[in-house]
Design a protein around this ligand. Structure first.
Ligand code: FAD
Ligand code: NAG
Ligand code: NAG
Ligand code: NAG
Ligand code: NAG
Length: 489
């Protein structure tokens, strides 16, 4: 669904481009010759083309690439990058299409590399290593590996794509095994030059380091992931939903969990939701939804602090991993498509920072009724066990300081029919709310939840090193100039 106010926003969202308007079609013509018309679709009426333009932030659905290329191999990606470069065209790399930032995986008048046809996967019982290609979503991967009683560290919602792992990747299993990128053992990467390389601890170690949470479309196109798989069986998991009058007792329990939980099999997300409807003193415009996931059939006392608070609903039960990533209801990530924007915060659990953030967010929500369709604030603990697990596997591009600390994800979904001026005003105001909540010194902003204007890489202690690696692998700024992404300035 394309919101009808998009033409109003287009002027604000489309970047200046250095490529001529003929560059996209020229690259597409060249690629149709080289790859064949089954892998290159230029007709805007073609069903595949239309399906490729579905983004979780639906504001991006309106951009019209000159063609969509569906690579089947690393060689196809290499051919595509070389033709795009020769034609001086813009481009984008799309995996699951869930990044809400404009032009990260969308492109207007350029080449869209849609990775969705590359879905090969494997599992080797001798080494316990798993491989997957970048197409498809984590739900498909979990369904596949579960036949071996194994899984890979990835998304907490089935519909998210593999680009998640390049941004770090927070999983329900992360307190045990680190972020998704910490389980990387080898990556096949097509460099901006078109050269196909293997990155690991021993081959292109700098590229391997940067690709573990230092951004996706910056150093090349990943065409194959080899990762350490993990055992999976039954989980004890569910949602507990509270009425908003419990907001203070629940935030206290979240704060205690962040500070004191030491059981790495226990993971939570705490979500506060706000709808735009008038309150009417029924508290129907607000809800608190806890996601509680225990890796094993018996959670012991891990979630007692949550279940003992009076609640409206408790769906905790024994579940399979594929069921867990479809909570609260199957297809929930699809239903949540809309004019969605993310922002991120990072805090230590000191001085009731969690309550302060919640109170500021809620008061913004109250005074901006009507300007959003949905707001949510998600609390994501980063326990010491997670940062230890990351370190023991070599550490990622964030070089995460010791937990406990937590990331906040701020979501805003704006309603259809907003003027460009109103849209910009509400986004600026939400930006100021988040900035005004003050991030902890010395902790990295999570790029998977960040807005492009938050410049999250500059919060990494490794930023200078990443800048150097970026220069080595994208020496003539091909990716900097021709596709969207994080700033290395
Ligand atoms: C509903 C929802 C749930 C989420 N849940 C989680 C969660 O549980 N944990 C978490 O960590 N994050 C989560 N996120 C954030 C998510 O990780 C990011 O939005 C991520 O960028 C999405 O990856 P994607 O493949 O779906 O999106 P895309 O937009 O297709 O890709 C994301 C970025 O990576 C680049 N990229 C993708 N594939 C490649 C590749 N093969 N080579 C080079 N560059 C590539 C793209 O160009 C783009 O810049 C969630 C987001 C949403 C919307
Ligand atoms: C097509 O791309 C190749 C590089 O892959 C280049 O050598 C050739 O000049 C291009 N042709 C046109 C017409 O752009
Ligand atoms: C997976 O686990 C189940 C339950 O323990 C067991 O019955 C089955 O044999 C296992 N499958 C494999 C491939 O190990
Ligand atoms: C539950 O809360 C108490 C404080 O009321 C705290 O001491 C305890 O560690 C918490 N347990 C967990 C698992 O969060
Ligand atoms: C918490 O408060 C103490 C005392 O006011 C202060 O020294 C400390 O810096 C604060 N911590 C944070 C993270 O703001």
């Amino acid at each position: 669904m394309i919101p009808f106010y998009l033409p109003l926003l287009a002027g604000a969202l489309i970047h200046e481009t250095t490529a001529s308007t003929a560059a996209g079609p020229a690259a597409c013509t060249n690629l149709t010759t080289k790859l064949g018309s089954s892998k290159v679709v230029s007709s805007q009426l073609n069903l595949q083309y239309i399906e490729s333009l579905e983004y979780w932030n639906t504001l991006q659905d309106a951009y019209k690439p000159s063609c969509v290329v569906y690579p089947a191999s690393a060689q196809d990606v290499s051919t595509a990058l070389q033709a795009i470069r020769t034609a001086d065209s813009r481009f984008a790399i799309k995996a699951g299409g869930h990044n809400p930032n404009t032009f990260f995986s969308s492109v207007d008048a350029g080449v869209l590399l849609d990775m969705s046809k590359m879905t090969a996967k494997s599992y080797d019982p001798d080494t316990t290593l798993a491989t997957y290609e970048p197409g498809g979503v984590f739900g498909d991967l979990y369904e596949y590996y579960v036949q071996y009683n194994r899984t890979v560290v990835g998304a907490r919602l089935a519909g998210v794509g593999t680009g998640l792992a390049l941004g770090g990747g927070m999983s329900y299993l992360s307190p045990q095994y680190g972020l998704a990128c910490d389980s990387f053992r080898e990556l096949e990467i097509v460099l901006p030059s078109g050269e196909i390389v293997t990155a690991s601890e021993s081959s292109h170690p700098d590229l391997f380091f940067a690709s573990r949470g230092g951004g996706g479309n910056a150093y090349g196109v990943v065409t194959k992931y080899t990762v350490q798989s993990r055992p999976i069986g039954e989980l004890y998991a569910g949602n507990v939903i509270y009425a908003f009058p419990q907001k203070d007792t629940v935030i206290e329990a979240i704060g205690n969990f962040i500070k004191y939980n030491t059981d790495p099999k226990a993971a939570i997300i705490g979500t506060y939701e706000k709808l735009p409807t008038p309150d009417l003193n029924l508290n129907l415009d607000e809800a608190i939804i806890m996601f509680l996931v225990y890796d094993g059939p018996d959670s012991g006392a891990a979630f007692d602090n949550f279940t003992s608070i009076p609640h409206l609903l408790n769906t905790l039960s024994i579940k399979t991993y594929p069921e867990v990533v479809n909570m609260p209801i199957p297809l929930s990530t699809e239903l949540s498509r809309g004019a969605n924007i993310f922002r991120v915060g990072v805090h230590r659990p000191e001085n009731n920072s969690y309550s302060t953030a919640l109170d500021k967010w809620r008061s913004w929500a109250e005074s901006n009724k009507g300007k959003y369709e949905l707001l949510s604030l998600d609390f994501q603990p980063v326990p010491r066990s997670l940062t230890d697990a990351s370190k023991s596997q070599g550490g990622n591009a964030m070089q995460m300081p010791d937990g406990p600390w937590f990331w906040l994800n701020y979501l805003i979904t704006t309603p259809p029919g907003m003027s460009e001026a109103d849209y910009n005003a509400v986004q600026e105001s939400y930006r100021d709310l988040v900035a005004g909540t003050g991030n902890a010194e010395g902790l990295p902003l999570f790029i998977n939840d960040a807005n492009v204007d938050q410049d999250p890489l500059s919060s990494f202690s490794t930023f200078e090193r990443l800048k150097g690696i970026k220069k080595v692998y994208d020496p003539d700024n091909f990716f900097v100039e021709k596709t969207g992404g994080w700033s290395f300035e």
